[in-house]
Design a protein around this ligand. Sequence first.
Ligand code: ARG
Length: 584
Amino acid sequence: MNIKREIQEKIQNTINFHSLSNGKDIQVRFSNHSNKFGNYQVDGLSNMLRSNRISLKEFGKKLLLELSKQEYFKKIEIIEPNFINVFLEEKWINQQIDCMLSEKYLSTIRSENTEKNMVTIIDYSSPNIAKNMHVGHLRSTIIGDSIVRISKFLGKKIIKVNHIGDWGTHFGMLIAYLKEILRKNSTQNITLEKLEEFYQESRKIFDQDKEFSKISRRYIQKLQSGNSELLELWKNLVHITISENQRIYKLLGVSLKKKDIVAESFYKSMLEEIVEDLKHRKIAVVDKGAVVVYLEEFKNKYGKPSAVMIQKSDGGYLYTTTEIACLKYRCQKLKADRILYYVDSRQKRHLQQSWIIAKKAGYVEENVKLEHHQIGMILGKDKKPFRTRSGKNVKLFEILEKSIIKAKQFISEKGLKNSRKRNILKIARKIGIGSVKYSDLSKNRKTDYIFNWSTIFSFIGNTASYIQYTYSRANSLIKKSKMNLNEIKDETFIATNSYEKIISMHLLRFVEILQETSQKGLPNILCNYLYRLSNEFSKFYENCSIINVQDKTRKKNRLKLVYLTKITIKIGLNLLGIQTISKM
Ligand code: ARG
């Protein structure tokens, strides 16, 4: 049960029932000092109190009427001038621990889903053709993927989409380069590595050589109007890139498959009709041969509505045109209720402009939620975008390979128990890839951060290996106890000291954390939770004897907490796309 949401609802009910206003600042927070501040603290009440001329005490009384009917509720404390502390019933918390051990636990999580009939589309990763995925694509890929996993786990209807950039005008240059300079008509034996070089080379020539740029433009026109020879060549370029990307997804443990690709080119047959429709309905106008939408919502530097081009004077279409078609498809064909874009913050304007145009055209209805879940940049030590010494983009594959080598070193330095040779590579992968992913997922996706190998691998602090280590510790405790789950379960749970109480409360919060992570699209919420749970587990482990405790009931109760910590970490890490290690 999501207690935080429960309390929020009770506050809302109180406000509605008494026709109070201005309640939007009110927040419910989990408290770390439950004996002092209760399990949850209500904050941000002052605006509501002031506008309704109601005292905190009076409001507290009204809220109490709502809460006191609830079995989880023990008492509230009014803390002047504007806090209310909510205490949960300990007996109820204990019962919940037993509920979590029952087989039905996971299905009850799903049954709490309030979005059963809602379709959410998650657009993530979305790299471009003829380019290696670089470290910048790491964030969108793994953050998007973990939100997909968590939302599905909660029972939401999710469609994941890899919106690959395969239909830009720049393919004209690349094709011209292959055909005119290399005199190549086939792509046999061309690697993605080579393609990227050709692409950069073609760009340079395009900028300098008028003849070449003319040819490139002709090729792109021919390609866009469906020339079969060029389409064949282009298909091969797409194939080379996608195969390489899938290899990275596999190594990275990302759930995107080929069937999740709905690339830009998918929408090409819709573009002409959309431009005509927008022109016909006077949303777009022809300006110097190009088709443009003027948006009042975005002013240019002279304070005039800014112009968004949807068709060039040579007939070519743009990234925005495809975006509008894509919105139409997602809303009208896939019946999306919510679309999340895990896309670089620098594309904010592009997305907003496309959304406004699609809404004006009625392709997207008012109640559809469009959310840009912005992604900040990964920086190098110089605080500039992370690049190699020679100034090139850092390739994602290289980072992943390096992480495995570094993890091997880490394992041998720490002298991990399970370092038998055949296991080393397997564990190094789990630690290496897991650590790179965790170091990213644990930061707020909106902010830029500096990539630093030296803080990624550590058994102390907020790292993957610390949490993986906690998992393997809990796992060995269960093994050592020589008790199976049924034996552990056969007694009623009672927390007897503060360590047990604190860890119980943290275990209970798991659903609340997952729902919040999925709603906000912020995996760092789940990371921080797993870190805190691991910390509380360490304290519990150090201060409470578990295997050697004499009292049988107490032993079983403690093992319940160990068991639940173990599965919570396992589910939590797996939802982040990180693997656990049973013995370290
Ligand atoms: N291909 C783009 C890039 O690499 C990202 C596309 C994101 N998705 C979208 N619907 N625009 O920057």
